[in-house]
Design a protein around this ligand. Sequence first.
Ligand SMILES: *[C@@H]1O[C@H](CO)[C@@H](O)[C@H](O)[C@H]1NC(C)=O
Ligand SMILES: *[C@@H]1O[C@H](CO)[C@@H](O)[C@H](O)[C@H]1NC(C)=O
Ligand SMILES: *[C@@H]1O[C@H](CO)[C@@H](O)[C@H](O)[C@H]1NC(C)=O
Ligand SMILES: *[C@@H]1O[C@H](CO)[C@@H](O)[C@H](O)[C@H]1NC(C)=O
Ligand SMILES: *[C@@H]1O[C@H](CO)[C@@H](O)[C@H](O)[C@H]1NC(C)=O
Ligand SMILES: *[C@@H]1O[C@H](CO)[C@@H](O)[C@H](O)[C@H]1NC(C)=O
Ligand SMILES: *[C@@H]1O[C@H](CO)[C@@H](O)[C@H](O)[C@H]1NC(C)=O
Ligand SMILES: *[C@@H]1O[C@H](CO)[C@@H](O)[C@H](O)[C@H]1NC(C)=O
Ligand SMILES: *[C@@H]1O[C@H](CO)[C@@H](O)[C@H](O)[C@H]1NC(C)=O
Ligand SMILES: *[C@@H]1O[C@H](CO)[C@@H](O)[C@H](O)[C@H]1NC(C)=O
Ligand SMILES: *[C@@H]1O[C@H](CO)[C@@H](O)[C@H](O)[C@H]1NC(C)=O
Length: 661
Amino acid sequence: MLISLYTVVLASPLCGALAPQGPWDAFNYSPASKTVRPVSVHIISGDVRGAQGLVQNSSAQATLSGNSSYVVLDWGKEVGGRLSMNIDNATSFSEFSFSFTESPEFINPNHSDDSCQAVATQNSDGVQSFRAPLATGPLTQTIGQQRGGFRFLTIVSNSADPLIISNISLAITFMPHWDDLRAYPGYFSAPDPGFHDMDFLTKLWYAGAYTVQTNTIDSHESRQYPCQWANNASGGPVDGPILVDAARRSRTIWPGDWGISTHTAFASLNDLLPTKNGLTVMYTTQDSTGALAYSGPPINARGSDTYIAWILITTYEYYLYTGDLTFVELVWAKYTKALSFLESQVDETGLADVPAAFSSDWARSGGAGHNSAFNALLYRTLVTAADLATAVGNSTLAAAYLANSTLIKAAYNALLWDASAGLFRDNDLPDSIHPQDGNSLAVLFNLTTSSAQNQAISQGLTQFWTALGPLSPELNDTIIPFIGGFEVQAHFIAGEGERAIDLIEREWGYMLYTNLSVQSTLLEGFTANGSLSYRAAAGYFDDPTYTSHAHAWSTGPTPALSFYVLGIQLTTVQGATWSISPVLSGLPSAEGGLETGLGFFGVKWQVEGQTLSLTLQTPAGTEGVVTLPGTGPLTVDNYVQSTSSGSVELEGGNHTITRQL
Ligand SMILES: *[C@@H]1O[C@H](CO)[C@@H](O)[C@H](O)[C@H]1NC(C)=O
Ligand SMILES: *[C@@H]1O[C@H](CO)[C@@H](O)[C@H](O)[C@H]1NC(C)=O
Ligand SMILES: *[C@@H]1O[C@H](CO)[C@@H](O)[C@H](O)[C@H]1NC(C)=O
Ligand SMILES: *[C@@H]1O[C@H](CO)[C@@H](O)[C@H](O)[C@H]1NC(C)=O
Ligand SMILES: *[C@@H]1O[C@H](CO)[C@@H](O)[C@H](O)[C@H]1NC(C)=O
Ligand SMILES: *[C@@H]1O[C@H](CO)[C@@H](O)[C@H](O)[C@H]1NC(C)=O
Ligand SMILES: *[C@@H]1O[C@H](CO)[C@@H](O)[C@H](O)[C@H]1NC(C)=O
Ligand SMILES: *[C@@H]1O[C@H](CO)[C@@H](O)[C@H](O)[C@H]1NC(C)=O
Ligand SMILES: *[C@@H]1O[C@H](CO)[C@@H](O)[C@H](O)[C@H]1NC(C)=O
Ligand SMILES: *[C@@H]1O[C@H](CO)[C@@H](O)[C@H](O)[C@H]1NC(C)=O
Ligand SMILES: *[C@@H]1O[C@H](CO)[C@@H](O)[C@H](O)[C@H]1NC(C)=O
């Protein structure tokens, strides 16, 4: 009895198998322990002795003497959580403060980077002060006091008297539901010989995964709003982890961000509980019109059609990745009501006319009217709603959703396609721009009618490119990796893999290596000249310290590398059926995989001379289609196929396939 139970447990894919070990593990940014220590002393100012001891060992003491003496400790990468240290000696006058920053540009003994309110004076967060008389012995930040995201900690003596401290460490609070933060079920590795760092793509894949981990927080540890330095607000009426927008700032559900971050969480971590909890929160926000909120508590913003659509689309993605039909059934009445709300905006043109009051999006300008991004999202919502309606057993409704989606696609092409530009316009007004968001989403969500149209858009989007990535026509002086993540996918779908890699190298190559940032997690956005003054004139009030350095909406390359360079896609729930169709993208080889409840899906391919060879591993009992580029027949497990089509249907298991390029 006991033995068979043991066998069942071992065989269960729900155990959460780990990805195979390999050289890629060196690029996993996640720490081996949930308690981390600083890795170096970055700056010493004034009379500070023994600072190096804080890095080296838990019993070595450091002494800060004299008012305003300080030490800056570098934790080596983005971290977040509750600090502990020992106060070994203090007089009745000794005092000190902590200040924190993600960017080394904003290290300052008098204030932290801003995490709640953007102000031009850059000092709304200030410092966290510990006043006299200090108790000697261990000191630990409360949950409220914790810093959600930082790389540099400044400890400042605020009195003339000496202060002796030791044993500083940080208890990481993100990913509260995981014991081993490095236990990724997915992996990715590919050399990038064309770039200054051959390991760039592998590092970036892991940087995206780690960014999502830092944005996965306990639902009771959101940022208080209205603003105060207190990370003990409720992020919504659920217990457990939620997937939020940023590690340091806001720490609130913004469901549009899931259009990227949920896929990253799936491809790297197979961790969909934080998305499920987030969806649960957002469905509690429905009002009598059917509308849902634009953000979760405590901010509770309202007024975004696009973000409502993303909630509905993410409901589908959550179902696709997990097969959790019970959850779909639980929210189905609210889901259909929210979709009716969005559809009620469709007018006689066949497109939705976004009311100004619902035109908020990723902070871009001008989202009202027959907006391209929203109508692309509405199309995707209806197509996926049809699948969900089928899953809950309502085929009549599924057919009606599909019929409505067809009308939107036709109107989208009739009203918005600009053949002379080879791009969609943002709306049907005479002075409309050609947007980065609407065009990227149109390709991603199949609003196009031919591969030639996809290729035109892929080409057309390059007109916005700079050395650091596309300058978005939708918002002045802005490079926006959230939308960049959709554009990367659009190039892969258009078959322009080398262009997708080029874009990744420009935009994410900048973010991952710039010494303005944390070199581990990914920036929310930046300006044309690479500065941190993202949205300086669009809501961030000239406060570059407000910009987030760990923003899960910027992690698009992680799932894109898994879904397009490895080419692994689920075509039905959990990958019961799948397709494997790698886009070679000018790379010599790639390998990696991802996991669902059915098991592990792994791909390894390489180009040698004119031969492409691919090995794959998929769970027993599944089936799918492998499509390889090239010419001539495929050789599958040493048998030459009779047709010269590049596609073959296969049962789950291990296979080796080759084709001539
Ligand atoms: C740790 O610090 C203590 C106190 O400075 C010192 O005696 C000890 O040698 C250090 N241990 C290591 C391993 O460096
Ligand atoms: C603690 O500090 C006081 C005042 O500076 C000093 O008299 C005392 O010797 C110190 N004790 C230790 C254990 O360092
Ligand atoms: C970043 O690198 C540049 C060029 O190497 C250097 O001038 C600058 O001081 C560095 N900035 C920081 C904050 O380290
Ligand atoms: C939340 O944290 C703040 C700042 O640390 C603290 O003042 C407040 O008492 C905390 N609230 C609760 C309910 O714990
Ligand atoms: C420490 O210095 C700051 C400004 O440099 C000053 O405002 C404060 O009064 C000083 N504190 C003590 C105890 O000397
Ligand atoms: C150092 O701090 C850690 C974490 O708070 C604690 O577990 C450990 O006992 C402390 N060690 C010493 C020597 O104080
Ligand atoms: C299908 O959905 C429609 C619209 O919500 C509803 O009126 C109808 O009763 C449903 N049919 C079934 C079989 O559930
Ligand atoms: C399809 O669109 C029409 C017109 O906008 C709307 O009245 C109808 O409710 C939609 N059907 C479904 C199933 O959403
Ligand atoms: C794109 O939409 C067309 C119908 O407009 C459909 O025939 C085609 O299969 C879709 N492509 C994908 C990849 O879903
Ligand atoms: C766009 O941003 C640049 C750089 O901040 C600024 O010089 C310019 O005036 C802005 N243009 C508009 C139209 O706001
Ligand atoms: C970069 O752009 C920002 C925002 O437009 C501006 O404030 C800053 O002065 C620029 N920096 C340089 C070095 O040109």
